[in-house]
Each structure stands twice: as C-alpha cells, then as structure tokens.
Design a protein around this ligand. Structure first.
Ligand code: BES
Ligand code: ZN
Length: 987
C-alpha cells in the first residue's frame, strides 16, 4: 500500500470532469462562505468603511422601496419575492431578509419555490471523528418546471468551498453569477448566467465543510465507554424535522422526494451505515496516517430528506431475516449486544405483521435498528436505519421491568409503523404532522397487541393516548391537530400530545365507528395511491369515505376533530321525569372557562363553531355492556329512548370516543351506587373512564368536587390496572395541588385508605400477568409515597438487604424499593444508587436510577443532583429534563427545581442548542404543579421578557395550568376538607 496521504476529498475529483461554459471565475475564486480569509485594517478605517457601506445600503433600500418594480419580480436586489397563493403557500416573512454579505436576499419566503424538483442526490461525506471536521460533496440532479435564472435551497452552517452547475443534456457548465446565504432562513440563493429551461435536467454540485456538533441534531458526535473503560466515538444523524440541511445542502421539505446515493469515507476500525445496504467498499489509501476506505451504498427509493440517516461507529450487530427475506439487524456497542435480542425478535415479527396488515410490502432490502448513546428523542424512523435511544431498544430479561419492556416493544412498533405511515406516504407539509405521528401512535398499540397478545395493549391505549390528549386539549392554549406552521421553531413545537395522542385517539374513535376491516381496507388503498409520494388529511378522508361506499361522510365528521381545537363535553340527562327520553347536549369543554381573569391567548373562532360529529355509544343497567347502542350527534344535541326502568347510563363505551361525558346528578348518583355495589358490570376501561371524567369535570368546576371523591371510594375493591392507573394519576395530582392547602394531610390519609387493601393484597412476589406486574409496581410505589404501612417498612428492608448483603430485587419491585431507600435514607443510600447509576451496563436500570435519585428528602442531596445536570459528564443533556422533572415532582424538591431552572436558564439553554424544543418540556415539567398565586407570578414574571422559541406554547400551557390549579384549590379546599372530615378515613 502506498503510504503517502491521499486527498481526503478524493471523491470530489469527478467535479472536474465537466467541461466549462463561459467564464470560470465563479468557481475558483475564494467563495463568499469560505472561512479563513481574515482582512486586517485599523479600527477607524473599519468604522468609516462600515459607515459608507451602511449608508449605501440604506440609500439603496430606499430607492428600491420607492422606485423599484412593485411586482413579484425575482431579480436580485429588487423587492423580495413572495410566493403566490397558487403556489400553495404564502409564507412570506415580515422583515426583509438580508444575506450574509449585506445584500437583500431575493427570496422572501420560508418555503422553497416549487418549480425546482430535486430527483437524485449523491452525497459523499467524510467525518473525521478525531478533528470533528466533516468534508462533503453533494450532487443534486434536478429538473425545473418553468424557466428560471435562480434556484433556492436549504443549507445551515455549511461552508461552501465550490459550486458547479451542469446542464446534463450537453454536460456543460452554467455559470453561477452569485451565491447568497440567508442564515436566519437557512437558505441559499444561486443566481445564474443562463436561464434554466423547463423540463430540462441539471446537476448542482456543492463541495463544503462543516463540523460534527455536540447538539443532538444534524450530523453529530456521540460517545460511549466500553466495559474496560475506553471511550469510543461515533458520528450519527438526526434530521427530523429540519436538520438535514445542516449535514448536506438540500431541498429540505417533505414534499421534495428524491432518490439518495451515499458514499462514506471512514477508517478501517469503523463501519458505516446508511438507509440502504453497502454495494462496494474500496481502499482509497492513507489520510493523516490512517488507512481510509470508502463505502458506496445502493441507491434509495424516493424519499424525503428528513428520513436520510448515516452512522459511522464501531458497533457489532445481531441479525435475522423476515419470512419474506428482508434482513433485520440490531446494532449496538459490543458489550450491550446481548440486550438487543428482544428488539430484533419484535422488529422481525412486527415487520411481518405490518406487511400483512397493511397489505403493502416493505420496499427496502434491509431494516437496521441502532442504539445511539446520545439521542434527543426516543427514536427516529429513518427509512431502513432506525435510530434509538438506548432505553428504547435494549432489554435485559433479568433486569428490565415490565413497563420498560413494554416501552421497547412500543417504540419498535411505532418506528416500524412509520416505515409505511410517514416514509412510504409522507405528509405534504408539516401542518399535517399528525398523519405521521398520530398514525404511528395508534398503530404502535395495535402492533404490540398483535405480537404480545397477553399485554392487553388496547386496554392500555386510553391511558396513554386518549386521556393524555384530553388533558392538554382542554386548555384554551391548545391547538387544532391540523395547524399552520412555517418556520423550524413552529414545526418543532407541534411534536406534542396533540399530534401524537389526540391524533392516535381520534383514529381509535374512527376505527370503532368504521370497523377495523373498513379502516384496514381504506389504509391499504391510501398507501397504494400515495406511495413514494405525499398526502394531506383530506386525501385520507376521501379514501376512507370511498370504503364506506359514501355511507359516512368521513371528511365532514373528521374535520370537526382535526380542524378545530378542543373536544366536546356531552351532558346527558332525562328529558322529563316520567318518560324514557334522554337528552344529550354538546358544548366545548374548557378546563379554565370559569377561572376569572385568566391570561390566555385570544380564542380563535372555529369553522365549526365548536360543534362536533360525535358517535355517542352507551349502555344502561337494563342492557349491559354487551349491548352497546350508538347514536350520532351531528354537530347538534340529540334525544334518544331507553327503557324507562333505567337507573344509569354509561356513555362513551370504553372511552373509545375523544370526548368527555357529564351526567345529571341522579345518573351520577346511581353510577356511584353501582360502582360500590358491583363494579364488574362496567369494563375496566369504563371504570377508568368514569374516574377520569369525574376528576376532570371537577377540575373545571362542572361537577362538585365531592363527586370524584365519592366515586373513588369503590377503589378499595378495584384490582385492575387500567382504572387504578387512571385514579393514581388524578389522586397524585390532587395531592400536589393541595400540598400547601388545609386538607393535604387528610387527603394523604384518604389515599392511604384507598390503597391499603390492594397494597397489602398484591404482595411482593414479582409474578402474574403483564398487567398485574404493572399494577403491583404502581401500587407499591404510590403506597410508599403515601407512607402506607407495612409496605414502606418492607421496601426499606429490601433496600437495606440489597445495599448491605447484595440481595437481588426483582425488576418490577425496584422502583418502590429504591424510592423507599432514597426517600427515607441519607447520603449513604443516595451515593450507593448514584454509584450503581454510573456502573450499570443496563440502560433501563440507569433510567430507573435516574428517576429514583430525585426522590431524596434532603435538600443538600437534591441540590447536588440538580447541579449535576450542568455537567455533561455526569448527566447527559438528553437526560436533563428527566432529572429536573423528577426533582420537581418530589414535594421536597419542587421549589428547588424551579430555582435551579431560573438560575441556570441560559446555561441549560446552551446545553440544548438553538432548537429550544427541550426548554418547553423543562418549563412544563418544573412548573405545571404549582398551585399558588405567588408561584404563578414568579413564573410569569420570569418568562415575560424571554423568547422561549418553540417552547412558547408549552409556556402558555403551563401558565394556564397554574392559574387553574390556584383557582381550583381556592374553590375546593374547604369542600374537600369538609368531605374528608365527615367521612373520617382513619384506619
Ligand atoms: N419522528 C419521531 C422522532 C422525532 C420526535 C423527531 C421529535 C423530531 C422531533 C419518532 O417517530 C417518535 O415519535 N419518537 C417518539 C417515540 C415514540 C414511541 C412515541 C419519541 O421520540 O418520543
Ligand atoms: Zn413517531
């Protein structure tokens, strides 16, 4: 082997094969964007130059403003263009964009022009994992749909070294007369000498450099430490929604689908991965003393830029094939590979299931799943190379809890569902993000239900989707599922519970009224019609309408759920005392409509005036839950007939509809009596639904606060996971809101009273069904938080035996035992867990320890823990939100967490980079349990002068939630106190 260094960008030589047409001056001149050419002059001279320059600029803009052509002329220097409505969007900016060289940037729109259509990318990239420098060259083959002498595309933090445009018809160069960069808009504008012709093909070649970042977006650096203590580095990508542009120049909008070819330069100690398999690997000589190889990959299918992924690492993998011969692999650091088997097995089964269920084959030859040690999201569905946070993919049969086990299956199912819903058919623009995330969030439960039938996934669906969605969507600061978004900050902000949980919940409702068969046939058609293309919400509805033979106007029905925010409250009462006619009315449900002086944003009017098409299902004590009736409320109220003997009605059967139900006092009373007498006449989901509605209605002041209290008394008999999980969520929240109010201690007693029978009965054997394990874990953990004896003593004992004698604790008992050990222990206990956090090789165990470390009672310990979030070697940036969240959820740490957030706001912000997405999550985690006027003022005063970027809506929601808490406590503390006194729950 020749030992002298090759040009590390040897792959770039192909650029020079093209003949030039006309002047070459633009090509070899130092580019505008090239760093390093630093001019030196005196300060005075510089001031004079700057003054002259600014004056000229000012004069020029005045002239342009007053005398320039007042049309949408795209010429350089003239009035910035606006896309017309006929181009589909008008996302013009309100300020005139200025390019990095001071010129007016001629494209005044956040969206790219649509007449340039990229068809094929060839990306060559060489990341240097030592110097962190990245060298790249991207060739983009494109076609133009109308004559143009400019093109606009995305680029972010890329230093352009060379740019060439070639006419593919004659292989001739077209001179680039100007290239402008507009950093704020992450766009580049190229002006050409010649006009590009309609329907002709061109290639733009761009050679550039950039650096591997430490933020968890774009092309970035991650690392891990091996069992023997060696630190290893890897380079990986995360592009959704708008970060592909920071790794290679591109048309970074989901509708610009193209084929991708990839070549990666790496050293011999690494492997490289891309969406497609490797076609060939070539030695290309030595660079800086290291032997370099180039992996060339097969070309991809047509796909959006945000789904491109590539990784350079030193991992190993485990591998199998689906029955159809698709290769499935899980990649992980060698030490962790034994924990990859469950994901491999689940992914393989899930791929086979989805192919069958959707009736559309998976089009790529392989599916790789890879564990990434530093990862912002939970996982990312890149086509054929899905990236996962370690805790979303690794499972250890001996150490991982049932909940963490389920999480792995759910995430695997979610990302695989995206391979069809998102990757094969993609939303045309981010305003329809829910078509990706709502679908994947719905299908993940169906998928896991199929692969793990014993896990009762569809019973759990309402806990994680419907109830979550309803919770956020009841605020005036919510938003419709389909929402107008333009810039990256707005796009980031809609990856929220509305797109995910509400999206999933309304699909579940749709499945229930269409039937699974019709839905499935419709989805099959939808995928076939739009494959390798884009769709919007109405495309989905029109296919589904077709499959009901137009018997249901799916679009009209579903528009009321996607195009207006919120959801209805259906109120049911007897029409008159004697008859058997019942009346159901609908109004928008808002948690805060009664709260005086609430500082919410202006309520947008709704195209449907806040009325919905509601499939109202119900049964009564005279029929039972096997005999469900459904009546439709078509944006109206409705009356229906039932047996005159009816004592109660249970509407919204199994909480399968996305709305809340209130009953007349008499009906509620009868429901309370029935629950106490025999709760098994209701399904577990219906019991959960009654609790969820009653607790929530009392928050809004719609029912008296004593109703959920009376209803909850039956919980002493309840042994099912779903209603218990619902109840614990509400009871624990109440306990937080009431933490400084009169009834707090008595309320804790009441929770003890409810928990005591089940906590003692459920025992300490980590056995039983999957749901029993989830139930045991939640019940015992809550019992420790409310100090139920003898649970707390037993948990403390187990901790001691574990710490002192090494006695093993079964995975589903760990949360309760660790929590007790830390909450009632001191520095020694905390340190023991911290040491284990740092030494365990099991990511699920690390995650659990991270959570329980926040349950300490000693403020000194809590402060140390909070401070560790500022040191990325102690707490990874990806985990900071968890740490602040758990300390804030601990009554002993809540105020400290808030003080920490305030004091370190800017430091925290710098940890997460420019996308302040995580900051919104931090605000919610730290503040939404506040329930005093003082705290409200604190939070609103602190944030008033700040721009929290994509966290803006999360901030508004947190403020609304705090105001609600304050008002609710004021209104209800006396009532709660009285009720608790009257009932005397000592035991
Ligand atoms: N497409 C998302 C990843 C993502 C999230 C990209 C936020 C950009 C911003 C992925 O499919 C996803 O939804 N991941 C979830 C996990 C899932 C099981 C709910 C996540 O990251 O939390
Ligand atoms: Zn997703």
């Amino acid at each position: 082997m020749n030992d002298h260094d090759v040009d590390d960008v040897a792959f770039l030589t192909s650029v020079n094969h093209y003949r030039t047409n006309g002047s070459q001056s633009g090509i070899h001149k130092r580019s505008l964007y090239e760093h390093g050419g630093v001019a030196i002059c005196s300060q005075r001279k510089a001031l004079i130059i700057a003054f002259i320059f600014l004056s000229v600029l000012f004069l020029a803009s005045l002239i342009i403003a007053y005398f320039g052509p007042q049309n949408d002329c795209p010429c350089i220097g003239m009035k910035p263009m606006f896309l017309t409505e006929e181009n589909g969007v008008n996302a013009s900016r309100t300020v005139i964009p200025i390019a990095t060289n001071g010129e007016i940037f001629p494209w005044n729109n956040l969206r790219l022009p649509t007449f340039v259509r990229p068809e094929r990318y060839h990306i060559n990239i060489h990341p240097n994992l030592t110097t962190l420098e990245v060298k790249g060259q991207t060739s983009i083959d494109f076609r133009v749909e109308k004559p143009t002498d400019y093109i606009v595309f995305h680029s972010k933090n890329l230093t352009i070294i060379e740019k060439i445009l070639i006419n593919r018809k004659n292989n001739e160069k077209i001179e680039i007369t100007k290239i402008l960069e507009y950093s704020a808009g992450q766009q580049m504008f190229i002006e050409l000498d010649d006009e590009l012709q309609k329907e002709e093909n061109y290639t733009l070649v761009i050679k550039y450099t950039t650096r591997l970042g430490r933020e968890l977006e774009g092309f970035y650096l991650s690392s891990y430490v091996t069992r023997s203590g060696e630190k290893k580095y890897l380079a990986t990508t995360h592009f959704e929604p708008t970060y592909a542009r920071s790794a290679f120049p591109c048309f970074d909008e989901p509708q610009f689908k193209a084929k991708f070819k990839m070549s990666i330069l790496r050293d011999r100690f690494h492997i490289s991965l891309f969406n497609m398999p490797i076609k060939s690997t070539d030695d290309i000589g030595f660079y800086m003393g290291t032997g370099l190889v180039r992996d060339d990959f097969y070309e991809s299918v047509e796909m959006s830029t945000y789904l491109v992924a590539f990784v350079v690492c030193d991992y190993n993998h485990t591998h199998t094939k689906t029955s159809k011969g698709i290769s499935v692999s899980v990649y992980a650091p060698t030490d962790l590979l034994p924990q990859a088997n469950f994901a491999l097995d689940t992914a393989t089964k899930m791929m086979e299931h989805y192919e069958e269920f959707f009736g559309v084959p998976y089009p790529l030859p392989k599916q790789d799943l890879i564990a990434i040690p530093d990862f912002g999201a939970g996982a990312m569905e890149n086509w054929g190379l899905i990236t996962y946070r370690e805790t979303s993919i690794l499972y250890d049969a001996v150490e991982t809890s049932a909940a963490a086990h389920q999480w792995v299956a759910v995430v695997v199912a979610h990302e695989l569902a995206h391979q069809w819903f998102g990757n094969l058919v993609t939303m045309r623009w981010w305003n329809d993000l829910w078509l990706n995330e709502g679908f994947a969030s719905f299908l993940e439960y169906l998928g896991v239900d199929h692969v793990m039938p014993g896990w009762s996934m569809m019973d759990q669906f309402i806990l994680d989707k419907t109830q979550q969605g309803l919770h956020l969507d009841a605020l005036s600061t919510s938003h419709p599922i389909s929402v107008t978004v333009y810039d990256p900050v707005e796009i980031e902000a809609i990856f929220d519970s509305i797109s995910y949980s509400k999206g999933a919940a309304i699909l579940y409702m749709l499945e229930k009224f269409l039937s699974q068969n019709i839905l499935r046939r419709g989805l099959n058609d939808y995928l076939n019609i739009h494959k390798y293309g884009n769709a919007d919400t109405k495309d989905l509805w029109s296919v589904l309408s077709k499959h009901t033979n137009q018997t249901l106007e799916v679009k009209s029905i579903m528009d009321t759920w996607t195009r207006q925010m919120g959801f209805p409250l259906v109120s049911i009462r007897k029409e008159n005392v004697t008859a058997s006619t019942y009346l159901a009315t609908q109004t928008r449900f808002l948690l805060t409509s009664d709260v005086p002086n609430i500082t919410t944003i202006r309520q947008p009017s709704s195209p449907f005036k806040y009325k919905w098409y509601i499939p109202l299902s119900y049964y009564t004590d005279q029929t039972n839950f096997k005999n469900v009736e459904t009546v439709w409320m078509n944006m109206t109220n409705i009356t229906f007939e039932v047996d005159p003997k009816v004592a109660w009605i249970k509407a919204n059967v199994n909480q399968s509809g996305y709305f809340r139900v209130n009953y007349s006092q008499e009906l509620w009373d009868n429901l309370v009596v029935q629950l106490k007498k025999d709760h098994s006449v209701f399904s577990p989901a219906d019991r959960a639904n009654l609790l969820d509605d009653a607790f929530t209605l009392s928050r809004a002041g719609v029912v008296n606060v004593t109703l959920p209290l009376r209803l909850s008394m039956y919980l002493r008999e309840e042994r099912n996971y779903v209603p218990w999980a619902t109840a614990l969520e509400h009871l624990q929240n109440w306990s937080k809101y009431l933490s400084e109010a009169t009834p707090y201690r008595m309320f804790q007693q009441y929770m003890k009273y409810l928990l005591e029978p089940i906590a003692n009965e459920i025992g300490w054997d980590d056995t039983g069904s999957h749901l029993q394990k989830l139930l045991r874990s939640d019940i015992l953990a809550s019992a420790v938080l409310c100090e139920v004896e003898p649970v707390t003593t037993e948990a403390k004992n187990k901790f001691k035996k574990w710490m002192q004698e090494g006695v093993r604790i079964s995975p589903n008992l760990r949360e309760v035992v660790y929590t007790a050990g830390i909450k009632y222990g001191g520095v020694k206990e905390w340190q023991y867990c911290w040491a284990r956090y740092n030494s365990t090789r099991v990511p699920s165990e690390r995650k659990l320890l991270l959570k329980v470390l926040g349950s300490a009672s000693d403020p000194w310990i809590l402060q140390r823990y909070l401070l560790s979030t500022l040191n990325r070697d102690m707490i990874k940036p990806q985990d900071v939100k968890t740490v602040l969240g758990v300390v804030a959820a601990n009554p002993d740490g809540q105020l400290q967490a808030w003080r920490h957030l305030k004091a370190r706001w800017y430091t925290l912000q710098s940890l997460f980079g420019n996308g302040t997405f995580t900051m919104g999550g931090l605000i919610t985690a730290v503040t939404s349990h506040f329930a005093s006027d003082y705290d409200f003022r604190e939070v609103s005063d602190f944030f008033r002068p700040m721009d929290v970027g994509s966290g803006t809506r999360a901030l508004q929601q947190s403020l609304e939630m705090i105001q609600l808490n304050v008002y609710w406590v004021k209104q209800n503390e006396e009532n709660i106190f009285q009720w608790l006194v009257n009932n005397d729950f000592k035991y």
